[in-house]
Design a protein. Structure first.
Length: 175
């Protein structure tokens, strides 16, 4: 049974990880999430991301990739995959999202790693996103909520789950 937002937040709290979660209308794009920022307790503060769930291209072996990038980052997914030693990739279908991360399209989040078996998904985290912000914001498995968490606590949670997040240095985001 996949984690729910409530069980995820309880799991974080049990680990002593402080978070702040705000409910809002569901958002499906970076633009929609930008429009609701004023309603978050931190307002515009903190890092916001776009999360890409990728699978090896049809003939490629290997685990899926979850790329957690600064929201304004412009990057070729295949250039990113090459930079981390993966083969060609493509966007993963909704079935893979549900099966591996336990989320629906529009709700991709590093918190989905709570549902992924260790080794099934490589987590690629934009090093600048984590380095440049005191808190980062992600959906807690559903896109009708946003959870703020300290970057070090996100890393600790992922490692607690048995995942080894990879920090990736990328060119500065556009803008």
């Amino acid at each position: 049974m996949p984690e729910t937002p409530e069980s995820l937040l309880a799991r974080l709290a049990a680990l002593g990880i402080e978070t702040t979660t705000t409910a809002h209308a569901p958002v499906f794009t970076v633009a929609e999430s930008q429009a609701l920022r004023r309603s978050l307790p931190q307002g515009e503060a903190g890092g916001h991301s776009k999360n890409l769930f990728l699978r090896p291209a049809k003939s490629g072996p290997g685990p899926h990739l979850l790329a957690v990038l600064e929201e304004d980052r412009k990057v070729s997914v295949n250039a990113l995959a090459r930079a981390v030693g993966a083969g060609r990739v493509e966007m993963a279908p909704a079935e893979d999202l549900r099966r591996l991360l336990g989320v629906e399209p529009g709700s991709v989040t590093p918190f989905g790693m709570a549902n992924a078996p260790p080794g099934a998904v490589r987590v690629l985290l934009d090093a600048g996103l984590l380095r440049d912000h005191e808190v980062v914001h992600f959906h807690p498995l559903a896109n009708g909520m946003t959870t703020a968490i300290r970057p070090a606590d996100l890393l600790r949670f992922l490692e607690h789950l048995g995942h080894r997040p990879e920090l990736v240095e990328l060119p500065p985001p556009a803008g």
